[in-house]
Design a protein around this ligand. Structure first.
Ligand SMILES: O=P(O)(O)OC[C@H]1O[C@H](OP(=O)(O)OP(=O)(O)O)[C@H](O)[C@@H]1O
Ligand SMILES: O=c1cc[nH]c(=O)[nH]1
Ligand SMILES: [Mg+2]
Length: 209
């Protein structure tokens, strides 16, 4: 069963408050999402493998550690996932970036895929799918399906705010995919929006409402 990690670091929680606030404008919203993505990347990379190497310090030889070169890829779910990419790349600049384009049909709430482009060496990479919102879970489940169909073997899912329904959907359909979130909210409303949530993440990031 997928494990669920809630990143309750005070800096993440503080910034999330202003991301949720309806009075926060597009510029500040985008900056805050970028900052929280960096902080979440710091937490999600906690289990990255290290290897020991020997170097010369100005004083002596020393055995020290470096990342063992595990290949990584970040995959934002378009559009809103794009807002988290740069913040993650600040900490993992060598990661490749794939894209999955999905929108949620406003009537049926079912995801519709319109784009997919992944790095060529899919099977060798550890993937982190990113999207600010995990609501019904339809988009996340479909994005994971899309990656697995193309050969991905190792996938994590990271979002800012999740609804219980979305967490359960991933756990049911993809029990091998762990979930990393900044906050687990209460419920979905009748339109499939997360309550209390932050509204429409894509519209708030790109100013389209
Ligand atoms: O868990 P779900 O019920 O599938 O909902 C979550 C999805 O909805 C939003 O995207 P949206 O469809 O609004 O597309 P956008 O990013 O282009 O605005 C959000 O960014 C997720 O991708
Ligand atoms: O609350 C929600 C649910 C889906 N998509 C969003 O952007 N916000
Ligand atoms: Mg949207």
């Amino acid at each position: 069963m997928s494990k669920v990690y809630v990143f309750d670091h005070p800096l993440i929680q503080h910034k999330l408050t202003y991301i949720r606030d309806k009075n926060t404008g597009t510029k500040e919203f985008r900056e805050l999402v970028d900052e929280v993505a960096t902080l979440m990347a710091f937490e999600i990379t906690r289990d990255m493998p290290l290897e020991e190497i020997e170097i010369d310090t100005p004083v002596t030889k020393a055995k020290t550690k470096v990342l063992s070169g595990k290949k990584m890829a970040i995959v934002p779910i378009l559009r809103a996932g794009i807002g988290m990419v740069d913040g993650i790349l600040k900490l993992i600049p060598a990661a490749k970036v794939g894209h999955i384009g999905l929108y949620r049909d406003p009537e049926t709430l079912k995801p519709v895929e319109y784009y997919a482009k992944l790095p060529a060496d899919v099977e060798e990479r550890d993937f982190i799918i990113v999207d600010p919102m995990l609501a019904t879970g339809g988009s996340a489940v479909e994005a994971i399906n899309s990656l697995k169909t193309r050969g991905a073997k190792s996938i994590k899912f990271m979002c800012l705010i999740a609804a219980p329904e979305g967490v359960e959907a991933i756990q049911e359909e993809h029990p091998d995919v762990d979930i990393y979130i900044a906050a687990l909210d209460e419920k979905l409303n009748d339109h499939g929006y997360i309550v209390p949530g932050l509204g429409d993440a894509g519209d708030r990031l790109f100013g389209t409402k």
